[in-house]
Design a protein around this ligand. Structure first.
Ligand SMILES: [Fe+2]
Length: 344
């Protein structure tokens, strides 16, 4: 766990907005959204403005409300467990590593498998943030149109810690007709689709094997997710996104992430699995591996045009069409061994 001076729970919204922080998928204020237990990781209450990232936990047979967001797109990444999403008019199975994408106004729902023996855990991106979700908990004041900072700070600081199972995300060669690989970007944009973190458009911008998974070339509008396998002792480029808030998650392994601790400077901070680099736009960030490889991926919104321009994936006002190529763990020496050595 990162040193307390870098942890989001000990920082104010203004400090995170200006300097970033380290969060964790297993920490964060807890509320109920759409009938589900929800943990708030990156959201307006801690300084994010263009996206919210939540963790949803469903016990076996739990089911959400059926709902749509008029304003926001939603992406649900299945981190562990088994379940189904209501997508394109029917219930569709999702497994760890899959991402269900729902455009704004599209009715959807999620449920955990009734015969499962463990919880279904999802990491969701909502973009732009639907801050009305925070009103029932008292975190948003409609009359004053303000966030209740004192209640948010107290809830975040005192949030309980939970353990999420590790090493479940994998590549699934979906033959499903709702797989993004089998739909046009226009179809994805209007009705949604299922993506997989190991399938996307190769992206050289960070200097490590990486894929763009959710991005406009694949049919999303502001929803964005990229996924990278970092070899041992590799570093990605230090960078700042001019307009995109980013929530960069260490999915597997350990590494060091770059963040600020205040006016006195910035530095690399040791990160554990499920730690999160909270990097609102304008905040310098990056990562470097230790002696072992690591698996990273970030939710960012709006699309990181700075990186897409650099990679030639945005030209003359148009995005290049997505491809769906497999990112193989075998191409990073030591990664499969790390996973097998640390899996339960
Ligand atoms: Fe970034």
């Amino acid at each position: 766990m990162a040193d307390e001076q870098f942890q989001a729970r000990f920082r104010t919204r203004e400090e995170i907005r200006s300097f970033g922080a380290i969060g964790n998928l297993q920490d964060g204020a807890e509320i109920t959204t759409n009938g589900l237990h929800t943990r708030l990781i990156a959201w307006p209450g801690i300084g994010f403005q263009t996206e919210a990232v939540h963790v949803l936990t469903l016990h076996p047979a739990d089911e959400s409300d059926t709902y749509a967001y008029g304003m926001a797109e939603e992406a649900m990444l299945c981190l562990s467990g088994r379940g189904e999403v209501l997508l394109r008019g029917d219930w569709r199975a999702i497994q760890p590593g899959d991402i269900a994408y729902f455009p704004e106004t599209v009715v959807h729902a999620v449920r955990a498998a009734a015969d499962a023996t463990e919880d279904l855990v999802l990491v969701t991106q909502i973009t732009p943030p639907q801050f009305d979700l925070y009103e029932p908990s008292g975190f948003y004041n409609r009359a004053e149109a303000t966030l209740n900072q004192s209640a948010i700070f107290k809830a975040t600081l005192n949030a309980s810690h939970v353990e999420i199972p590790q090493h479940q995300m994998g590549y699934h060669d979906s033959k499903s007709k709702v797989s993004a690989a089998h739909l046009t970007p226009a179809e994805v944009r209007t009705g949604g689709a299922i993506f997989n973190v190991y399938s996307g458009t190769p992206f050289p911008g960070l200097g490590i094997p990486a894929q763009l998974v959710l991005w406009p070339g694949a049919g999303t509008r502001t929803a964005g997710f990229n996924f990278a396998l970092a070899p041992a002792r590799a570093s990605d480029r230090m960078h700042i996104h001019p307009v995109s808030d980013e929530c960069l998650i260490l999915w597997e392994g350990v590494c060091e992430g770059y963040t600020a601790h205040g006016y006195s400077g910035s530095q690399f901070v040791p990160l554990d699995t499920y730690d999160v680099i909270l990097a609102p736009c304008g905040v310098l960030h990056g990562h470097r591996s230790t002696d072992t490889p690591s698996v990273l991926g970030g939710f960012a919104s709006p699309p990181q045009l700075d990186l897409l321009l650099d990679a030639g994936l945005y030209k003359h006002g148009a995005f290049a069409p997505a491809t769906f190529e497999r990112l193989a763990t075998a191409q990073v020496p030591g990664l499969d061994e790390l996973r097998s050595a640390t899996s339960p």
